[in-house]
Design a protein around this ligand. Structure first.
Ligand SMILES: Cc1cc2nc3c(=O)[nH]c(=O)nc-3n(C[C@H](O)[C@H](O)[C@H](O)COP(=O)(O)O)c2cc1C
Length: 177
């Protein structure tokens, strides 16, 4: 018997080569809905997801994003609304702002993979330029972009194979020896 969730987690890879095939709006909506269920610190929701589908806007964003190797059909920018965060801040949850970005990102990557779409996160971009391009108000900052598209066939992972890192090598049981 296989566990589908574990299979999805283990087979997801960042996709940096995508085809020009459009991504169905319903798929994007499923990815966004999945992200809405991601855990958030203090059950506060201060993230905004800004979706770029217009090829001209995507090209502009790519020009200020050296870390965006792929040519995605859709870019979902995970943004932080700092006014909302400050207003609803739960004591001791300062770090949760960036952790929330990560949980939303991973949920989107896994949802994309489960829909047989390719996706990849990008943090290497000019935040000021992207903020202007997306018309973000000053209290909202772009934190991470999730690129989505159909993976190119025969796509190979350009990075070192994961198999060399075992989970055992990352773990200490009890106190660190
Ligand atoms: C916070 C964060 C930022 C990342 N930024 C980029 C980026 O700017 N460009 C890129 O191509 N990949 C980026 N990545 C993807 C990582 O390089 C990738 O996850 C890592 O090499 C492992 O590959 P895998 O996820 O396919 O196993 C980022 C990943 C994370 C978690």
């Amino acid at each position: 018997m296989t566990n589908e969730t574990l299979q999805i987690i283990k087979t997801r890879r960042v996709v940096r080569m995508m085809t020009g095939e459009p991504v169905a709006r319903t798929n994007i909506e499923q990815i966004l809905e999945a992200a809405r269920w991601a855990p958030v610190g203090g059950n506060q929701r201060f993230l905004r997801f800004v979706v770029a589908e217009d090829p001209k806007l995507i090209n502009l964003i790519r020009m200020v994003s050296p870390g965006m190797i792929q040519r995605p059909q859709v870019i979902i920018t995970i943004c932080a609304d700092w006014d909302k965060f400050r207003k609803n801040k739960v004591k001791g949850h300062d770090r949760s702002s960036y952790i929330d970005v990560g949980t939303a990102m991973q949920t989107m990557l896994l949802a994309s993979h489960s829909l047989e779409l390719g996706s990849g996160p990008v943090t290497s971009f000019n935040k000021i330029s992207v903020g202007i391009m997306l018309n973000l108000p000053s209290h909202v900052t772009p934190e991470l972009m999730v690129c989505v598209g159909h993976p190119a066939s025969g796509y190979q992972m350009p990075m070192a194979p994961k198999q060399k890192i075992t989970w055992e090598s990352l773990v200490d049981w009890g106190r660190v020896s």
